[in-house]
Write a protein that binds this ligand. Structure first.
Ligand code: NDP
Length: 296
């Protein structure tokens, strides 16, 4: 193996400690704490795990955590009414609706009902537009985490050839926007891309956000490239359940310059960036200076 390991777990712990320090300082100065409201509709087991860990991380950072667990049969009107109450609540600075929502609910309408200033997931159409036009936005947590890891590893991204595989609204597209904002030369690949391997081999920075276990192999990667593996795929190996990324770690680590492992790479950054975004939303709501290094 030649690649350096990008340790997202340690980096995320550092961000969380930094956020907690800011929260303590701001608490002493203002007598208030940032508050994050998380809304979970239904019983999806993976979502329940995510919501539990978001709650624990929020409390650990010294923030107020408001959990709203609603039954799967909740109507669109009931959910929108809750969002309206959270928008109006001065103790709530960030609102996150855990996705996916049950099929009878319109996720776009729900997300777009959130006050954009409290949209700590960065999915509201206003934040998408602000990011795309290079203005101050709330930035989606996973791509923000990837950007922080890249900046930490590489310093300036200006002029780098970046290839993002995946064009989802939550990872691929905002990732591409962030790389563009940092002056990388960006290509977005997807399921209809011709000769994906050749496109990937151009990349100094390769971000895989596909959802296909280990599909990116060593021969698709340029020597010395920095590889960010966003994928989280549950597979069975030798009769055991395992988590693997979209990148075939062994073959890619043999050629890349640096690589994020799965688990322990991008995953921990997502929650750390959710806390960072909640702190940012709090500071913006009060006209306070935003902590450095925690936003795009
Ligand atoms: P989506 O399913 O929404 O998007 C997947 C993208 O991959 C699509 O744009 C799709 O293209 C593209 N794609 C699918 N097959 C291929 C292929 N054979 N070649 C090239 N491109 C392909 O997934 P998400 O963006 O939501 O998530 C991607 C991965 O990241 C998943 O494994 C998910 O679990 C993980 N994830 C991890 C997070 C973390 O915290 N670490 C957070 C969020 C997601 P097309 O648009 O043409 O269909």
């Amino acid at each position: 193996m030649t690649a350096g390991i990008i340790d997202g777990k340690t980096f995320a712990a550092r961000i969380r400690t930094e956020v907690a320090a800011h929260v303590a300082r701001l608490g002493a100065a203002t007598g208030t704490a940032p508050g994050l409201a998380v809304v979970l509709v239904g019983e999806d087991p993976a979502s329940q795990v995510y919501v539990r860990s978001k709650h624990a991380a929020t409390v650990e950072a010294g923030m107020a955590s408001f959990e709203h667990r609603l039954p799967a049969a909740t109507t669109q009107a009931e959910l929108l009414a809750l969002i309206g109450r959270l928008n109006a609540d001065p103790a709530v600075h960030g609102i996150l609706v855990q996705l996916p929502l049950p099929a009878h609910l319109n996720a776009d309408a729900v997300i777009n009902a959130i006050d954009p200033a409290k949209d700590v997931d960065g999915f509201h159409i206003s934040n998408v537009g602000l990011l795309a036009t290079g203005q101050k936005a709330m930035v989606p947590c996973t791509p923000l985490g990837c950007l922080m890891l890249l900046r930490d590893r590489l310093g300036s991204l200006a002029g780098a050839e970046a290839v993002v595989i995946g064009r989802s609204n939550i990872v691929g597209k905002p990732m591409a926007q962030l790389l563009l904002r940092d002056s990388a030369t960006v290509t977005v690949a997807h399921s209809r891309t011709r000769d994906l391997a050749a496109v990937c081999r151009r990349a100094d920075i390769l971000v895989a956000a596909v959802g296909r276990p280990e599909m990116i192999t060593g021969e698709m990667v340029k020597a010395g490239a920095t590889v960010i593996d966003v994928g989280i795929n549950r597979v069975e190996r030798d009769g055991k359940a395992r988590l693997v990324g979209d990148v075939d770690f062994a073959s890619v680590a043999a050629v890349a310059g640096a690589i994020t492992p799965v688990p322990g790479g991008v995953g921990p950054m997502t929650i750390a960036c959710l806390l960072a975004n909640t702190l940012t939303a709090f500071c913006r709501s009060r006209g306070l200076p935003e902590p450095e290094g925690l936003t795009a």
